[in-house]
Design a protein. Structure first.
Length: 180
């Protein structure tokens, strides 16, 4: 996308890992602060198209047992997704994994322009949930859960970090054992 947009530089796997879970604007600030807002919007749309095309062609990797585990969890608990991703990304993920029927609802920054905490709060309100458990793998997820008044479980096998006081999950199977 950089080459296609005529932009210099490169993006490494470490760069990508450093922006996991961030909003569109946070990604710009972290990696592309030198781009003007109009240029950033144009470039980010190009990146999103390339990313979505790649997912359609090659799919992705789920942690071991996640597909079946989510289907099993959905039989006992209503599931939802809240993400800082672009519009359409959750739907693409659900299509690729075949898990659409396992999730009752979803919301993202690309739809609302809001952060995870507010999107999580609104999703819970929309569903009429007075209690919710948010499973995430970053300090941002932990902060979003606190902002929305939700319990938090830290997926320590994921991308990021959380506070030392966060309840930890060392594997997806551990989540299944705790909730089923």
């Amino acid at each position: 996308a950089l080459s296609e947009a005529g932009l210099p530089g490169s993006v490494t796997a470490a760069d990508i890992a450093s922006i996991m879970g961030l909003t569109h604007d946070q990604i710009r600030a972290r990696l592309f602060g030198h781009l003007s807002p109009p240029r950033w919007e144009e470039f980010s749309e190009l990146c999103y198209r390339h990313e979505e095309d790649l997912i359609r062609q090659e799919g992705g990797s789920l942690y071991a047992g996640v597909r079946q585990g989510l289907m099993d969890l959905a039989l006992a608990h209503p599931l939802a997704i809240v993400s800082n991703c672009q519009k359409g990304y959750i739907e693409l993920f659900l299509e690729w994994t075949g898990l659409r029927t396992s999730f009752r609802d979803w919301e993202c920054h690309g739809n609302t322009g809001l952060g995870k905490g507010e999107n999580l709060r609104r999703l819970c309100q929309r569903q009429g949930w007075r209690q919710a458990l948010y499973v995430g793998d970053t300090a941002g997820d932990e902060a979003a859960a606190a902002e929305a008044g939700c319990e938090f479980l830290f997926a320590a096998y994921g991308f990021g970090q959380a506070s030392q006081s966060a309840r930890r999950l060392e594997s997806f199977a551990q989540l299944q054992l705790e909730l089923v």
